[in-house]
Ligand binder design. Structure first.
Ligand code: NAI
Length: 463
């Protein structure tokens, strides 16, 4: 038996490492278990960070290739994919090293290897067993595939393989028109692939505002991505040349054959709890494999907690981080809770898509009366000057109290713009509060203000 800790966190993604830092800040003797060679989990190593590096680089390439001439810049960009990938790897390394530094700075022990809970209060890592008053599971999620389709990370890839391709495929089929499918579909489309997104539902981006979904479909189509909506892939087989796919209408009907150099599987993720010892110690999971917890993130086994993708709720890094901080504070004897309605979602395409709070459809279902204000980027001077006028901001406010209930944005910088509304909602503010707040001119934030004006007595000024 080795050392005794106050807290052992299993998994060093944004949920785990942030939780460990907060535990250490609060004076708890903390260790973090990680089996990957580097810290940071899926997000830093093979998710959020490398995808954002490729999104930013491919966006610059696309701008230079397609949007410079119009503004009087003559240039013919040449892609050096190897260098673009090397830059992405540099970004990942800087971030994972940053987490390593933060662990050292906060005197958190990094236990290298696969962590298995052998009984409440005991975690085995390699040959050693460590004791802790509290064990926090933050093991994240893993990609799911469709029945009979094997991800080989060469021709049939998950997001991991799609971030590592050594050449731009001529053709790519993306299965799933959700967040990963659109972000990575956009990357390869910008770099020259003919991308087709096959989506089971009748529209992309399920769960989002209906108008945002329609607008994003229109905009990405205009950018050159093909969509097969209400369609399902029933088989995908790697052949000599590429991948042969069979696609059927979601409602049934005649199948069509298609082939592609690369197929990206992006139909969702599942909680990752492999060989964690959950069965042995009796930690309960639900029918989707998510670890069940109470509102204090404790499982049915005393002293074992879980946060992030491995429990219910949106699989988002910032949700996991917030849960990690709150759990650390709860373990320290403080209180805390998360308003899951106020967790923003962002799709980092261009234009970006962002949302917070309720959609109109949800409010109608709940019988809530509301006002909606919508303002297009086309009518904003800054967006025009940037040559980025697709999209709009929509703000939804309670009809009786004017309290902001939700915001849905598609447009330039949507991921940053949404934050103003999140803060206003956190303070239970109204559309009038946003409308009466001075917004700098000329900025994209004025679109948020105008949408708020539109939501309060339809008094937008610039339309
Ligand atoms: P997703 O749940 O966002 O989208 C999956 C899509 O696949 C859905 O539109 C679904 O209708 C479709 N689909 C399911 N079965 C299908 C079939 N047989 N044929 C065709 N389409 C089918 O899942 P995704 O994109 O894989 O992302 C996984 C998780 O990672 C999500 O929870 C997402 O929020 C998170 N993520 C978040 C990012 C962000 O915040 N920017 C970036 C990447 C991932």
């Amino acid at each position: 038996m080795s050392e005794k800790y106050d807290v052992i966190v299993i998994g060093s993604g944004p949920g785990g490492y942030v939780c460990a830092i907060r535990c250490a800040q609060l004076g708890m003797k903390t260790a973090i278990v990680e089996k990957r060679g580097t810290l940071g989990g899926t997000c830093l190593n093979i998710g959020c960070i490398p995808s954002k590096a490729l999104l930013a680089s491919s966006e610059k390439f696309d701008e230079a290739a397609n949007h410079f001439e119009h503004i009087g810049i003559e240039a013919k960009p040449k892609l050096n994919l190897k260098k673009m990938m090397a830059f992405k790897d540099e970004v990942v390394e800087a971030n994972t090293k940053g987490v390593e530094f933060l662990m050292k700075k906060n005197k958190i022990d990094h236990l290298k290897g696969h962590g298995e809970i052998v009984e409440a209060g005991k975690v085995k890592v390699g040959k050693d067993t460590y004791e802790a008053d509290s064990i926090i599971i933050a093991t994240g999620s893993d990609v799911i595939s469709l029945p009979g389709i094997e991800i080989d990370e060469k021709k049939i890839v998950s997001s991991t393989g799609a971030l590592e391709l050594s050449k731009v495929p001529d053709t790519m089929v993306v299965i799933g028109g959700g967040v990963i499918g659109l972000e990575l579909g956009c990357v390869w489309s910008r770099l020259g692939s003919k991308v087709t997104v096959v989506e089971y539902l009748d529209q992309i981006l399920p769960g989002m505002d209906e108008e945002v979904r329609k607008e994003s479909h229109k905009v990405f189509k205009k950018q050159g991505i093909d969509f097969k909506l209400s369609s399902k892939v029933t088989s995908a087989k790697s052949g000599k040349g590429g991948v042969d796919l069979t696609i059927e209408p979601a409602a049934g009907g005649d199948a069509e054959e298609m082939s592609a150099d690369i197929v990206l599987m992006a139909v969702g993720r599942k909680p990752y709890t492999d060989k964690l010892g959950l069965d042995k110690v009796g930690v309960e999971t639900d029918d989707r494999g998510r670890i069940k917890t109470d509102e204090f993130f404790e499982t049915n086994v005393e002293g074992i907690f879980a946060i992030g993708d491995v429990i219910a709720g949106p699989m988002l890094a910032h949700k996991a981080e917030d849960e990690g901080v709150i759990l650390a504070e709860i373990l320290h004897g403080e209180s805390g809770h998360i308003d899951y309605n106020l967790i923003p979602g962002v799709v980092y395409t261009w234009p970006e898509v962002a949302n917070v709070g309720k959609t109109e459809a949800q409010l109608k279902e709940d019988g809530v009366k509301f006002n909606t204000g919508k303002f297009p980027f086309m009518a904003n001077g800054r967006a025009r000057a940037m040559g980025s006028t697709d999209g709009f901001v929509k703000i939804i406010a309670d009809a009786a109290t004017d309290k902001v209930l939700g915001a849905h944005i598609i447009g330039p910088g949507a991921g940053d713009l949404i934050q103003e509304v999140v803060s206003v909602m956190e303070f239970e503010g109204t559309a009038e509060d946003i409308a009466r707040t001075c917004h700098a001119h000329p900025t994209l934030t004025e679109v948020v203000k105008e949408a708020a004006l539109a939501a309060t007595d339809d008094r937008a000024l610039h339309i």
